[in-house]
Ligand binder design. Structure first.
Ligand SMILES: O=C(O)C1=C[C@@H](OP(=O)(O)O)[C@@H](O)[C@H](O)C1
Ligand SMILES: C=C(OP(=O)(O)O)C(=O)O
Length: 411
């Protein structure tokens, strides 16, 4: 289908939604379980394409590992195949081949991996050609480009003869994802010492213990439901399978949405979202939760809330340049994302009322980015909205449109 239209609901929304499970947790669990020779038992793995791709490539005897557009799959598998000495060619979609990987490859080379770039230095595709431990287990690595490089190295760290010591340099982005990695390693019996003052993480050499591990629902996917409740006239939604003490940093959506008009109450089955009054303006730092930025930006414009956003630099190297994509698409719903301080502080706000004329509906382009589609869909609660290339959601939340159809018309 080329596009879908999301219509405002014709009646109050009362719904229970079983979310997709977290692709971040799933992809870590799969790598770690592979390092137990697949002896553990993983439950509730995500149906996300990124996770399905990870499962397929972990089992595949083929030399070419095509990760499609899955960042974690590319970064985690590169470290896994490199350190386990497998001969592989790592590649992906054209966009994946524009997403940098040099920082991870440099670190793997320090440890003893043989890696060659097949096209452009620092970017996929690359060829992995064996591993011989260099005797050097202390690696300096930038923390401000992608935490996925750090997670990838931590997970293979216990296999190295002397473990691994990572010294993170610069600011640390997406830190909760690093902590998620460390917590999942603990769940499989692997210990570490992390000193966040000196930004040093040490994982001694040791073995993973096969474990039964159940993946939580996806808080990033939950964020679209929060936005929907914020924007609908009358809505109560229970999201099943979420926990108060989550490993996922995107559970910060609870605090953000408390300011945008949604109250969260944890239930036995998940979390119940209800409406409360919203603030008119507030500031939020997205350094720890970059995947929430698009949800908040689209919701802010539709709700008429002014949000000062920082910590969104990493958005430029994700599935698309998400800052550019928001700047191109928000004006179609009457909003703008303005850069106040170069590459640092942005403001997102409404400039004019949303167009509700069915004949001239705004068409939101999605740039092969699942989060562009899902972030703009809830705007349909306020006025009809057309979303282009809706199939993009398959990357993380394949049943998104079916779930949305439980509460409103989508055609
Ligand atoms: O480790 C992970 O599972 C992820 C880390 C984040 O990426 P960065 O570390 O590149 O910000 C996040 O944006 C991505 O969706 C998933
Ligand atoms: C950035 C994302 O994923 P990845 O980096 O794993 O492709 C995302 O899911 O928003």
């Amino acid at each position: 289908m080329k596009s879908v239209i999301v219509h405002p609901p014709s009646q109050p929304i009362r719904a229970e939604i079983r979310l997709a499970s977290s692709k971040s947790e799933s992809n870590r669990a799969l790598i770690i379980n592979a390092l137990t020779q697949f002896k553990g038992q993983l439950e509730n793995l995500s149906t996300a394409r990124d996770t399905q791709t990870m499962m397929r490539l972990l089992q595949s005897p083929e030399m070419v590992a095509d990760v499609l557009d899955a960042g974690t799959t590319m970064r985690f598998l590169t470290a896994y195949f490199a350190v386990t000495g497998q001969h592989k060619i790592m590649t992906g979609t054209p966009r994946m081949c524009e997403r940098p990987i040099g920082i991870l490859v440099d670190a793997l080379r320090v440890l003893g991996a043989t890696v060659t770039y097949r096209q452009k230095e620092g970017y996929p595709p690359m060829e992995l050609n064996g591993f011989q431990y260099s005797g050097q287990n202390r690696v300096q690595i930038r923390g401000d480009v992608s935490s996925q490089y750090i997670s990838a190295l931590l997970m293979v760290g216990p296999l190295l003869p002397e473990g691994i010591t990572l010294e993170l340099t610069g600011d640390i982005g997406s830190r909760p994802y690093i902590e998620m990695t460390l917590q999942q390693m603990i769940a499989f019996g692997v210990t570490h010492e992390a000193d966040w003052e000196t930004k040093t993480i040490h994982v001694p050499a040791q073995q993973y213990t096969p474990t039964q591990y159940a993946v939580e629902s996806d808080w990033s996917g939950a964020s679209y439901w929060y936005s929907l409740v914020a924007l609908a006239q009358d809505a109560e939604v229970e999201l099943l399978g979420l926990k108060e003490n989550s490993l996922q940093g995107d559970s910060a959506i609870v605090q953000i949405m408390e300011r945008m008009g949604v109250k969260s109450v944890y239930t036995k089955r998940g979390v119940l979202l209800t409406k409360i009054p919203a603030e008119k303006a507030f500031a939020w730092d997205f350094t720890d939760c970059p995947d929430l930025a698009q949800t908040v930006a689209a919701c802010a414009v539709a709700a008429g809330i002014e949000v000062t956003m920082t910590g969104i630099e990493s958005l430029k190297i994700k599935e698309t340049d998400r800052v550019g994509a928001l700047q191109a698409e928000l004006p179609k719903i009457g909003g703008e994302l303005v850069e106040l301080e170069p590459n640092h502080t942005y403001i997102v706000r409404r400039k004019m009322e949303i167009n509700t004329d069915a004949l001239t509906l705004p068409v939101i382009e999605t740039y092969d980015d699942h989060r562009m589609a899902m972030a703009f869909a809830p705007v349909g609660m306020a006025a009809p909205i057309k979303i282009s290339e809706p199939h993009v959601v398959a990357k993380s939340y394949p049943s998104f449109w079916e779930d949305l159809k439980k509460v409103t018309a989508v055609d």
